[in-house]
Design a protein around this ligand. Structure first.
Ligand code: LHQ
Length: 254
């Protein structure tokens, strides 16, 4: 298996597991990741954490596989695009734990997640321009939305190595944890999210997704629809009760 899965309470951890190849992405890896993300639609999963085994998150497409490719890049990218859409469409938080280098489509995978947690000493790099390619796997969609058009153009043209600290300053990375306690701190962060109001978080994710291509009027209507749904949830009842009783809420995710 090149994707390992570990479920602990509502937290599903998916690990890219080709450490000897710095988790370079193969077709096999994309197919396994796609299956795992489909299974993650199960309501028992309340947070998904994507990370890499060994010293890298992922160095992107396995360039050795590309050299012996049978299909066009356009055909090959179908495998990537399926995974990117699944990450975005999951109605629950999806976290990337960047434990080392995240390059090319490896970086794209992290951008399709909702939050990026990086280890001190890790870095991201678009990498595409260095081998004469254009950004893919959603990078041209997500990156300008996070850093703005000019910064994205600069990054995609020069493909520098961007340290976790620089990425944090640019809003690409959301939390940085020390390397020696990275796994424990990521787990604690993800476990807390997995005990959150999952239904409301999933609806929030839908709202943000739609806001990129909607008018204010459309978003106001959609917010009202989503608030109706959230307002009928068990978690809303529990949130209100906990507020009145001056205690922390115990959310079920429904
Ligand atoms: C690798 C790779 C790699 C194989 C390092 N593959 N072996 C989708 C589909 C269609 C078309 C193509 O594009 C795509 C999407 C993409 O992702 S394209 C972009 C692919 N990724 C890259 O171009 C990144 C290439 N790698 C690097 O720039 C560096 O290795 C980074 C910055 C990631 C890490 O640098 P270092 O930590 O200094 O490690 P290193 O460069 O020494 O690499 C260690 C080994 O890993 C080395 O092998 P070796 O046998 O010499 O020890 C590299 O050849 C190998 N490796 N990336 N993508």
């Amino acid at each position: 298996m090149v994707i390992t899965q570990h479920q602990e309470a509502g937290l599903l951890t998916l690990t890219l597991n080709r450490p000897d190849a710095l988790n370079a992405i193969t077709t096999e890896l994309l197919v396994e990741l796609g299956h795992a993300l489909e299974k993650a639609q199960d309501p028992a999963v309340r947070t998904v954490l994507l990370t890499g085994a060994g010293r890298a998150f992922s160095v992107g497409q396995d360039l050795k596989e590309v050299q012996v490719r049978q299909e066009s890049f356009k055909d090959h990218l179908r495998h990537y695009n399926r995974v990117i859409k699944l990450l975005q469409q999951l109605e629950k938080p999806v976290l990337a734990a960047i434990n080392g280098a995240a390059a090319g489509a490896g970086f794209s995978l992290t951008l399709a997640c909702d939050l990026r947690l990086a280890s001190e000493g890790s870095f991201v790099t678009p990498a595409f321009s260095r081998i004469g390619l254009v950004p893919d796997s959603g990078m041209s969609y997500f990156l300008p939305r996070i850093v703005g058009w000019s910064k994205a153009f600069d990054m995609l043209t020069f493909s520098p190595r961007i340290t976790a600290e620089e990425a944090f300053e640019m809003g690409i990375v959301d939390r940085i944890f020390p390397a020696d306690t990275f796994q424990e701190q990521v787990r604690a962060f993800a476990m807390e999210l997995a005990q959150g109001p999952t239904l409301a978080i999933g609806l929030t994710k839908q709202l943000l997704r739609r806001s990129g291509s909607s008018s204010l009027d459309e978003m106001l209507d959609l917010e009202a629809q989503m608030q109706d749904r959230a307002g009928q949830s068990q978690d809303h009842q529990e949130g209100l009760k906990a507020f009145m009783e001056k205690r922390g809420a115990r959310f079920s995710g429904f």
